[in-house]
Design a protein around this ligand. Structure first.
Ligand code: HEC
Ligand code: HEC
Length: 347
């Protein structure tokens, strides 16, 4: 009898244990499902990532805006020397290519970094975050598919009012390596929040060079000079404050010569120290100062081959011909909203 009871007890114990194990397993499965769901919804809020890079990129987002990877990590890369040289070329372009450059005298003496702030890493400071993931790409300005190298040489020719550099040379390879390093981890075709420049809302009126002159006198002149000529650093050939117009500035084929690009840049970055979280200019001031600076003289550039498809010219491209009936003046200073809505109805 006792033996029979012991057997039954043992069976009961085994069954209870089994049930416990099953409940435990079910709990684990539920917890796992919850964790997976949570991670999935979290990653949807940010940006598409390559799976193996997700940890790295999560690290590089602050307040959901792109933050450049930590440059001290470059030292651990196989081609660290090349990447660091690329960063140097962007920060001190004029040392290599300026009027007294050590490699070539082929630019106006500005640095890439004057416009691509903090070596192309500042959110909405015209940074390079999206470049690696979005080039090569078709660009309407040239009507061709452009490589990163071609796009870089565009800035050499226009923003630096200079000549192209050898696309296969050591310097170009270094600049591309640095830009690719900055954009690593972003899935092909994606643009992180904070990339490039932040478009500024259009005004309901034309931008006013006269009002802009007042803004310039109050908020820009101390650094950029009464004649927009900039200032060289003490005892150097490099600009401490880069020029905004005149023969050392960007030419009229450059991005900044379009009011929307200039206004977007200064709104979130100027006077020095402004950020997109803490801008110092009102939208009106940004548009008006853009109008003032781009009414001053800039070096010429043959842009007759730009925008082969006239319909694709940006609405603020200040040179005709156009596919609409608005004047060059309105395309330069605005108001832009009527041009935009006329385009939309014609589409
Ligand atoms: C005078 C200002 C200025 C200077 C100097 C300048 N750039 Fe640019 N760059 C721009 C502007 C403006 C754009 C277009 C931004 C836009 O439309 O969003 C641009 C765009 C670019 C792009 C494409 C960015 C993208 O996301 O598509 C690259 C790459 C680039 N520049 C590289 C360089 C390099 C390298 C140098 C130095 C050799 C340089 N730039 C110097 C103003 C400048
Ligand atoms: C306190 C000095 C200071 C003031 C004031 C200032 N800037 Fe700048 N600006 C700079 C510096 C420095 C750079 C280059 C940034 C770099 O290389 O890191 C720059 C760069 C620029 C650039 C791009 C490079 C170029 O020369 O084309 C533009 C455009 C510009 N500033 C416009 C303005 C405007 C417009 C104002 C007034 C609203 C203004 N800045 C006020 C210091 C200043």
């Amino acid at each position: 009898m006792n033996e029979e009871k012991n057997k039954q007890d043992l069976n009961q114990k085994i069954i209870t244990k089994l049930i416990n194990v099953i409940i435990f397993l079910i709990l684990i499965i539920i917890v796992l499902v919850v964790i997976i769901c949570f991670q999935y919804s979290g990653s949807k809020k940010t940006i598409p990532l390559k799976p193996n890079m997700s940890a790295l990129v999560q690290d590089t987002l602050t307040d959901n805006f792109w933050k450049a990877p930590d440059t001290s990590l470059i030292a651990g890369e196989k081609n660290a020397e090349q990447i660091l040289y690329g960063k140097q070329l962007i920060a001190n372009t004029s040392f290599y290519y300026g009027p007294k450059g050590t490699l070539q005298h082929s630019s106006n003496g500005m640095n890439c970094q004057n416009c691509h702030l903090e070596a192309g890493t500042k959110p909405f400071g015209n940074n390079y975050s999206a470049v690696a993931a979005t080039y090569p790409k078709f660009r309407e300005r040239s009507g061709t598919i452009e490589s990163i190298q071609k796009r870089i040489n565009d800035c050499f020719q226009r923003s630096l009012n200079g000549s192209s550099i050898d696309t296969t040379g050591k310097e170009m390879r270094a600049i591309v390596a640095y830009i690719n390093w900055l954009g690593k981890g972003l899935a092909k075709g994606t643009k992180p929040a904070g990339a490039g420049l932040k478009d500024l809302e259009f005004l309901d009126r034309a931008a006013s060079p006269d009002s802009g002159a007042k803004v310039y006198g109050l908020k820009c002149k101390t650094c950029h000079g009464a004649n927009g000529e900039g200032q060289l650093g003490d005892g150097t050939n490099q600009f401490k404050y880069p020029p905004l117009w005149g023969h050392n500035s960007y030419n009229l084929g450059a991005g900044l010569y379009r009011l929307s690009r200039f206004a977007a840049y200064v709104k979130n970055n100027m006077p020095e120290g402004a950020t997109h979280q803490k801008p110092q200019l009102s939208n009106e001031e940004a548009w008006d100062v853009a109008a003032y600076v781009n009414t001053q003289i800039h070096p010429a550039k043959d842009i007759s081959k730009d925008w082969p498809e006239i319909k694709q010219k940006p609405i603020d491209h200040p040179f005709g011909p156009y596919s609409d009936d608005f004047t060059e003046k309105q395309h330069k200073y605005g108001p832009f909203k009527p041009i935009l809505s006329a385009r939309k109805t014609n589409e």
